[in-house]
Design a binder for this molecule. Structure first.
Ligand code: SF4
Length: 586
C-alpha cells in the first residue's frame, strides 16, 4: 500500500503562532496561563497543554496570570472588557482573521451590507459579527444566499477564513442578483486554500483519503467534503485508534492530510498505524531492525556513538594517541547530559512515545537517576585521568562542560526577574540548543585531547575545531527542523524557530559550504591528513546537505530514521577507516 502525505498537512501558520505565543508566555512567566476558549479544536493538543498548566479560562479573576486570546479572535468589545478586567492579556488572534475584521469595518463605513459566509456558531464568525456590531448577515452557502428574502443597494461578501473557494464563488453569484452594487472580498486564508488544493490532488490520485483532525474543527470537516466531491472515499478520524484494518480493504493507494489544528505527531501516529497494518506481513528481521534503530536513537546511545566517533576521528586526523581514560570520561558525560536534558528537565509524558504515561514516567525517572550517576562517574573519572598526568586542564574542561550541560535547562533566573531579563534559563535564549550542543561537543572532542597533548600541538586543529563546530551545529539544526515540523514542543532554543525556515535554511547550507571548504583544505599535504580519511570527512558534509534538503522539503518523516541517518554520517567514516586500516588500505 502506498501512503502519500499532503505537504502542508497539519498546523497552519496562524495556529502554530498562537501555540508558540502561549508556550512562550508559559515558559517566561513560569505560571499557569489561560486561553479564552480552547486554544485550538483538537482534544489531544489541549490535553498536552493542560499538562503544561495552560487552561481554558472559564470565569473569575486570574490575578497576575496571563490570558491569551486564541487564533480565531473574539468580539472587539469582549477583548476590551478582558483588558479592563485582567492585568495581562495577550492577543494571539491570527493576523489573517484580523484582516477580515478590518474588511468588514471598512465596507460597513462605505454603506455596504456585509454578508459573512460561514458557520454562525463558529468562534471566528462570532468575532466577525462582533466586528460588524452585529449588523452583518451570516449565511451558510449559496442556497442560503438565494433564499435570502431581502435586496440591498450595496452588498459586500466576506468569508470565514476556513471556507471553500467554489462555495464562495457560488454564494457571490447569488448575492450579486440581490443588489445594485456588489463586492466580493475573498478572505479564505492561504493555508486553508493550500490544504484544499492538496486534498483535491490526493483525492484524484488515491483510492482513499484519510483526514486527521478534531471532530469540531471546521477546516478539517471541509477537507473531507472536498475529497468526497472528487468522488473518492474519505474518512475523518481524530486519532489513529479510530483507524480499522477494514477501512483499507482493497485500498492500494492512500492519501493522508490533516486539519490546521492537527499536530504532526498525530499525523505520524496515523501513518505508523497504516504502516503497522503492512508490517504484519513484514519479516522478523525487518521488525527487529526497526526496534533496534528506535531503541538506539531514543535512548541517546546512538547520539553518544556519534560523539565517540567524532572524538576518535579527531585523534585520527591530528595523529594524537587516544587516552582511553579521558575517552570514557567524556563519553559518559555526553550520554548523561543528553539524557538529563531529554528525560529529566523536559519531563512530562511524551505523547509520541509508544509507552503508557505510567511506564513512561517510570522509565524517565530511571534514566534520569542513571544519567546523574553516570555524570558523577564521568566527572570523577575525568579528575582521576587528569591527576595521573598531574595536569588538571582536561578535568577543568570536563567539569565546565558538565556544569554548563546541567544548568542548560535549569531556571537560573528567579521568577520575579524573568520579565526584566526576558528569559529564565539558558534554554530560553535564541538558538541556544544548537549553539550549546556544538560548543559542548567541540569543547569535549577537541579541548580535552588538546589539553592532554599540549606538547604536540598540530596545526590541523585550526581546521578541525571550526569543522567540528559547524558539522555539529548543522546536525543539531537539522534535528530542530525535524522536531518543529513534527510539532514537538520546540521553542526558540532551536535555530529553526529562532530564525524561521528561510533564514535557518540559508544558515545550514552556508555552514555546509564552509565545512566542504575546510574538509578540502585537509587534503593539503601540509596538514598530513590521510587522504582516505579526508575523503570520508568530505562525505559527512554531502550527507548533511542531502538530509537537510530532505527535511526542509518535508520529504523525510519526522521520526527516528532521520536522526539515525544524521548520526550515522559521523559513525561510518571512523568505522570504515578502521576496517580499511585493518585491511592495510589506509
Ligand atoms: Fe489563520 Fe488561516 Fe490558520 Fe485560521 S486557518 S488560524 S486564518 S492561517
Amino acid at each position: 500500500m502506498k501512503i502519500t502525505l499532503a505537504e502542508t498537512a497539519g498546523f497552519c501558520w496562524g495556529v502554530q503562532r498562537a501555540v508558540d505565543i502561549v508556550l512562550d508566555v508559559s515558559k517566561k512567566s513560569g505560571k499557569p496561563v489561560f486561553t479564552h476558549g480552547p486554544l485550538i479544536h483538537n482534544n489531544q493538543v489541549l490535553e498536552e497543554l493542560e499538562s503544561k498548566k495552560i487552561h481554558e479560562y472559564k470565569s473569575g479573576d486570574i490575578g497576575s496570570n496571563t490570558l491569551v486570546v486564541r487564533a480565531h479572535g473574539i468580539r472587539p468589545e469582549v477583548l476590551d472588557e478582558l483588558k479592563s478586567k485582567h492585568k495581562n492579556v495577550v492577543d494571539a488572534t491570527c493576523p489573517l482573521v484580523t484582516k477580515v475584521h478590518r474588511a468588514i469595518k471598512k465596507h460597513q463605513d462605505q454603506n455596504f451590507q456585509v454578508f459573512i459566509m460561514g458557520n454562525e456558531k463558529h468562534p471566528e464568525v462570532v468575532g466577525l459579527l462582533g466586528a460588524s456590531k452585529d449588523r452583518a448577515i451570516v449565511i451558510r452557502d449559496a442556497i442560503a444566499a438565494r433564499e435570502y428574502p431581502q435586496t440591498f443597494d450595496k452588498i459586500c461578501l466576506v468569508s470565514q477564513t476556513t471556507q471553500n473557494d467554489d462555495d464562495f464563488e457560488a454564494t457571490a453569484r447569488e448575492l450579486k442578483l440581490k443588489c445594485k452594487e456588489f463586492k466580493a472580498v475573498n478572505t479564505i486564508c492561504e493555508p486553508t486554500r493550500s490544504h484544499q488544493i492538496e486534498v483535491v490532488d490526493l483525492a484524484l490520485n488515491n483510492d482513499l483519503v484519510i483526514v486527521v483532525g478534531g471532530k469540531h474543527s471546521s477546516n478539517t470537516v471541509h477537507l473531507k467534503e472536498v475529497a468526497e466531491r472528487q468522488g473518492t472515499r474519505a474518512i475523518h478520524i481524530e486519532t489513529e485508534a479510530e483507524l480499522k484494518k477494514e477501512d483499507l480493504l482493497g485500498v492500494e493507494k492512500v492519501g493522508v492530510t490533516a486539519g490546521a489544528s492537527t499536530p504532526q505527531w498525530m499525523i505520524q501516529k496515523v501513518i505508523d498505524k497504516l504502516e503497522s497494518f503492512e508490517e504484519a506481513n513484514k519479516s522478523l528481521l525487518y521488525k527487529f531492525s526497526k526496534f533496534i534503530l528506535n531503541t538506539l536513537v531514543s535512548t541517546n546511545l546512538f547520539t553518544t556513538t556519534a560523539f565517540a566517533s567524532i572524538y576518535l576521528g579527531n585523534h585520527i586526523v591530528s595523529k594524537t594517541p587516544v587516552d582511553y581514560n579521558f575517552f570514557w570520561s567524556v563519553i559518559s558525560i555526553v550520554f548523561a547530559l543528553h539524557s538529563i536534558n531529554q528525560f529529566s528537565l523536559e519531563g512530562k509524558f511524551d505523547r509520541r512515545s509508544k509507552l503508557t504515561p505510567k511506564v513512561y514516567e517510570f522509565v524517565r525517572k530511571l534514566i534520569s537517576w542513571f544519567s546523574f550517576l553516570l555524570l558523577f562517574f564521568g566527572v570523577s573519572f575525568g579528575f582521576y585521568s587528569s591527576s595521573i598526568g598531574s595536569d588538571l586542564k582536561g578535568f577543568g574542561i570536563i567539569l565546565f562542560s558538565a556544569l554548563c550541560g546541567v544548568l542548560y535547562g535549569w531556571k537560573i533566573i528567579p521568577i520575579n526577574w524573568i520579565s526584566r531579563f526576558g528569559f529564565s534559563s539558558i534554554r530560553d535564549l535564541p538558538a541556544s540548543k544548537d549553539l550549546s550542543v556544538s560548543f559542548g561537543w567541540t569543547l569535549l572532542s577537541c579541548g580535552v585531547p588538546l589539553a592532554y597533548s599540549s606538547g604536540n600541538l598540530s596545526p590541523v586543529w585550526f581546521l578541525l575545531i571550526p569543522f567540528i563546530f559547524f558539522i555539529v551545529y548543522i546536525r543539531s539544526a537539522i534535528l530542530g527542523v525535524r522536531d518543529a515540523q513534527g510539532d514537538r514542543i520546540v521553542g526558540i532554543e532551536s535555530s529553526f524557530k529562532a530564525l524561521g525556515k528561510n533564514r535557518s535554511k540559508k544558515l545550514v547550507f552556508s555552514l555546509i559550504g564552509a565545512s566542504v571548504l575546510i574538509s578540502l583544505c585537509l587534503f593539503l599535504p601540509f596538514f598530513g591528513v590521510s587522504p582516505v580519511f579526508g575523503f570520508l570527512m568530505l562525505t559527512i558534509t554531502f550527507v548533511s546537505g542531502i538530509i537537510a534538503h530532505l527535511y526542509f522539503q518535508r520529504i523525510l518523516p519526522a521520526n527516528d530514521l532521520g536522526h539515525f541517518l544524521l548520526d550515522s554520517q559521523f559513525v561510518l567514516p571512523v568505522f570504515l577507516y578502521g576496517i580499511l586500516k585493518l585491511l592495510g588500505y589506509a
